[in-house]
Design a protein around this ligand. Structure first.
Ligand SMILES: Nc1ncnc2c1ncn2[C@@H]1O[C@H](COP(=O)(O)OP(=O)(O)OP(=O)(O)O)[C@@H](O)[C@H]1O
Ligand SMILES: N[C@@H](CCO)C(=O)O
Length: 321
């Protein structure tokens, strides 16, 4: 479970006392998520999410993430709003970790996303891209093509323990992307990790988007590619062209995409698959024995990478411009 840091009662009381949200009534660790320690904090007044930022989040990036959630929430995007302490700051320190309290969003993430979920997602993603267009801060995507060689170097010695020939296949992919990655597509703020467990639904409505801790400034179409991978494959590995078509069609209705963006999609989807293959592989190989968090399967993303490698045009995703 994703509680890497236990918070003693006294420290919690002192931390919450900095805010005007009432006294804590309970604070329960949340099992889901792998990156940070998350707690459902209930006070006399309401429920909140308390997050302690752990290893992969760089403290210098936190003002970007917090500022982005404030920006998007102010423009009507259903995302957590950081709660400010009485001194006006949204970031504090708890148990020697940077920490923040954000508003609680109702809804459930879909364990088995349907085509309708994908359709609603397309609209929400495009709305988020439009709402973020005037966000002034920038953050480079350090898990895009410039970061892949470093992850390859960090995993290559043991990659073949996971699958024979994997290190060599990754090396070839990294080289190919370094030479051919599209660099002049429309860019802005992207979520960069918009998996089903980061999107909540209530009935026939998308009720919230969470987990902005990989958000960065990059090609909008890369976010589309991340979603194609995370939402449009079935558990048996089959690509669901209906889901992809509905997702893409609803996205372009809200934010029209250029020809160049559509043409780049197979390459971006293949690159996004490499990104999650690499981070999962790294976590798989560096998983502390006895840790609560179960590492995710890297090979799921090797299969996705190979699928996109065979695609020449966006029409294979069911989308006819
Ligand atoms: N604002 C929120 N409202 C309601 N629930 C939330 C909120 N933020 C987080 N959660 C709950 O906490 C869980 C973990 O959150 P989150 O996905 O941000 O964690 P993480 O450790 O960054 O995980 P990962 O990057 O692996 O998705 C979510 O699945 C959800 O159950
Ligand atoms: N969404 C990521 C994990 C958190 O970033 C994955 O499924 O590999």
């Amino acid at each position: 479970m994703a509680v890497y840091t236990e918070v003693p009662d006294g420290e919690l009381e002192a931390f919450v006392a900095r805010y005007d949200i009432g006294r804590p009534v309970s604070c329960k660790g949340i099992a889901e998520g792998v990156e940070n320690s998350n707690f459902l904090l209930t006070t006399e007044r309401a429920s909140y999410i308390l997050t302690l930022y752990e290893k992969r989040v760089r403290p210098e990036d936190l003002p970007f993430f917090i500022g982005l959630m404030e920006h998007l929430a102010a423009r009507g995007i259903a995302c957590p709003t950081p709660v400010k302490a009485r001194d006006g700051t949204a970031l504090g320190e708890l148990c020697k970790r940077p920490a923040a309290i954000v508003t609680f969003l109702d809804g459930m993430w879909p364990r088995r996303p349907t085509a309708r979920h994908c359709q609603l997602l397309g609209t929400a993603l495009a709305q988020m891209h439009l709402a973020g267009a005037d966000f002034a801060m920038r953050r480079a995507n350090d898990l895009s093509v410039t970061g892949w060689r470093r992850l390859y170097e960090a995993t290559k010695e043991r990659a073949d323990e996971v699958s024979a020939g994997l290190a060599e296949e990754i090396r070839r992919e990294v080289e190919g992307f370094e030479a051919h990655w599209p660099r002049d597509l429309p860019t802005g703020v992207i979520h960069a990790d918009l998996f089903p467990d980061n999107v909540f639904y209530l009935g026939d409505r998308l009720s919230g988007i969470i987990d902005f801790y990989f958000a960065c400034t990059d090609a909008y179409a890369y976010d589309i590619a991340v979603c194609l991978n995370a939402w449009c494959f079935e558990h048996d590995g089959a690509f669901n062209v209906t889901k992809a078509r509905l997702f893409l069609a609803s996205y372009v209705k809200t934010r029209p995409v250029s020809k160049a963006e559509l043409e780049a999609l197979p390459m971006l989807a293949r690159g996004s698959a490499l990104r999650f293959l690499l981070t999962r592989l790294y976590d798989w190989l560096n998983h502390p024995p006895g840790a609560f968090v179960k590492p995710k399967d890297p090979l799921e993303y090797l299969d996705k990478l190979r699928f996109h490698a065979g695609i020449r045009s966006v029409s294979a995703y069911g989308f006819e411009p």
